[in-house]
Ligand binder design. Structure first.
Ligand code: BG6
Length: 303
């Protein structure tokens, strides 16, 4: 039986702007960010489980070291890895004129859930230190995941910031009010149909279950997209990834479960697919991190 540790929720305020941010110790999951205008930028499922027994549905769950199910059938590591299933340690918080924020850490030694079996992460050679920095002010939220290989051998990994954006007025299925721009020229892998295609200039809209991985064209590394969320002003997202300080390509996943999948998820309101769109930047190729080296994945969300 999996032991559920006592978990806290940390409420932060940026005094100078009035913006607030709420973080759960499980997965260092950002549950919400309310900007200075009082808008909740992120969606937290109304049925999200917050007792630490399950990864949190909504906000910004952290995906590491695998995205999706394990590539090897024998591995029992859960979908999206162990980062979101464990209690992180809060190292510090701050609130100054410019911004407020917090820093969390997860050491592999503290991972009690989700390491799985039949994969290299159960062995003794692998080790990792994850540090997650959250920084926000009245208009922006920056989240940076730092992954340091503290073991004796290289490992391959994927990492992703699984961000759930709130869409106002239940407008997620209205293509004129909810769409994603900035992915033209990316290779779109549709995980629902298996098809691969080149993304056109047309904005990405929600017209059914959408589960697509957008891989940038050769030569492009950083992601820069605009997300219309039912409001007059879109949210802008910028993301960059580095390994040992060299830029690496950032892919972007767009996900909305639509009706049937929403109904099948016990921790998600049946109608909440009208209120959200996930736009998830990540290092998905997968990449290799040599012993002693550091990878960073950072996104800046402006609303
Ligand atoms: C997305 C995946 O990133 O996350 C989808 O592309 C998946 O395939 C979704 O359904 C939610 O995953 P989970 O494990 O949080 O239910």
């Amino acid at each position: 039986m999996h032991f559920v540790a006592t978990m806290s929720i940390i409420d932060l305020q940026h005094t100078a702007s009035g913006a607030t941010c709420r973080i759960h110790e499980l997965g260092a999951t950002v549950l919400g960010y309310r900007n200075a205008a009082g808008r909740d930028v992120l969606l937290l499922s109304r049925d999200a489980i917050l007792d630490g027994s399950k990864a949190i549905r909504g906000g910004i769950p952290l995906v590491f070291p695998i995205f999706g199910p394990p590539s090897d059938d024998k591995s029992t590591m859960p979908q999206h890895g162990f980062a979101r299933n464990n209690k992180w340690t809060k190292l510090s918080t701050f609130d100054n004129e410019d911004a407020a924020g917090a820093q969390f850490q997860l050491l592999l030694d503290d991972v009690s859930a989700g390491r799985g079996t039949n994969n290299p992460w159960e062995g003794k050679d692998y080790n990792v230190k994850l540090v997650f920095d959250i920084r926000f002010d009245g208009q922006s939220l920056t989240t940076a995941l730092r992954m340091e290989n503290t073991g004796s051998v290289a490992f391959s990994f994927q990492a992703l910031l699984h961000t759930y954006y709130a869409v106002d007025d239940h407008a997620a299925l209205d293509p004129s009010r909810c769409h994603v721009k900035g992915l033209a020229g990316y290779e779109a892998h549709d995980k629902v149909t298996g098809a691969k295609s080149l993304a056109s200039d047309e904005p990405v809209t929600i017209d059914g279950e959408v589960d697509r991985v957008y891989t940038p064209p050769a030569g492009q590394v950083n992601a820069k997209v605009e997300i219309s969320v039912g409001t007059a002003h879109p949210v802008s997202l910028q993301c960059q990834g580095t390994i040992d300080e060299s830029p690496v390509p950032v892919s972007v996943v767009v996900w909305n479960p639509h009706e049937a999948k929403a109904a099948s998820m016990g921790d998600f309101g049946n109608d909440q697919y009208h209120e959200m769109i996930c736009v998830e930047p990540g290092i998905l190729l997968p990449a290799t991190l040599e012993a002693g080296k550091v990878a960073v994945l950072e996104q800046v969300i402006r609303s």
